[in-house]
Design a protein around this ligand. Sequence first.
Ligand code: NAD
Ligand code: TYD
Length: 352
Amino acid sequence: MILVTGGAGFIGANFVLDWLAGADEGVVNLDKLTYAGNLDTLRGIAADPRHVFVEGDIGDRKLVADLLAQYRPRAIVNLAAESHVDRSIDSPEEFIQTNIVGTFRLLEAVRAYWSGLDADDKAAFRFLHVSTDEVYGDLDKNAPAFSETNRYEPNSPYSASKAASDHLVRSYHHTYGLPVLTTNCSNNYGPYHFPEKLIPLVIHNALAGKQLPIYGDGQQIRDWLYVKDHCSAIRRVLEAGRVGETYNVGGWNEKSNLEVVHTLCAILDELKPRGDGATYASQITFVKDRPGHDRRYAIDAGKLANELDWKPAETFDTGIRKTVQWYLDHQEWVGNVTSGAYQHWVGKQYGS
Ligand code: NAD
Ligand code: TYD
């Protein structure tokens, strides 16, 4: 089996669903079920004997040690994290707890388990840590995209906590020989994305007749990757990545936020026109900028492409269209995750 952490979140759930669709190997899925974790997403595999869901914290050493002893996984894929920049600005504490302390405790439990394996299992074992391009910080407009050798310059509590966890993972390889791999990916989008992040928030607000909030001038640039392509990259790195290495993952799709939002509005205008005939773009509203907002991220995924022969299956055009269609087809899922605590966050972040 493999142990996946954070497998009820956006990328984790897509990873678990895709894994079980493509392989016989089982998954132990450890997730704390924070506001971002949602069992509804995993409903289709609830009765699948290859999937064992465990509600719990990566920082709970006893629980993790027990799971490792019981299921004896050959690999860990660590996706559990606090992941939203705006929440990290509002209340950073949880980011330190989960992303730094939690990852540290997980590493300690895994180190103890791995030390006790026989030589062959020890050599074959992998700890794959999923991280972000945001650890590299802000990129000038004309600067080359981030490569794996770029200096870490995190600018938000979120990216700083992810950077710290990347360093811990690296140190466990360097010091103890733990066979680790790290991936640093750009912004994901796709099915089961919680509507606090730009793309699902805009789709959700557009359909609800609400404002589409653009921070600052909307000219900030992100590289966008369809979530299933991120999952295929993780599988490929797990399968063939060189131990101790980091791999950047990206979609070669740099877009400004305003461009992304206009694209979403145009697709919605086509697939689900507004009753009054107006374009959804009329709902765009410029709001106060995010403090410390990074202007540009861009990923050079050449190492992953050249060394491991990985490439994304979707372009931005195909992926974004699939995503909008998915949200139109899954309004019940959206309704379930946007009740209760979600309303509280939206009220706090955007007012009214
Ligand atoms: P998410 O917020 O949607 O999901 C995170 C999941 O982790 C949730 O299910 C949550 O319940 C769980 N979790 C949180 N704290 C936990 C803890 N202490 N113990 C166990 N489970 C816990 O996040 P995501 O977007 O799916 O991101 C997954 C990983 O990928 C994160 O490490 C993130 O930094 C990284 N990443 C995300 C993106 C992106 O665009 N979303 C891009 C690059 C990298
Ligand atoms: P987000 O989806 O939160 O991802 P990240 O901050 O990790 O890149 O935001 C993507 C971009 O969209 C980022 O530049 C901030 C911007 N943004 C808005 O303009 N309005 C919003 O309501 C949100 C949530 C994000």
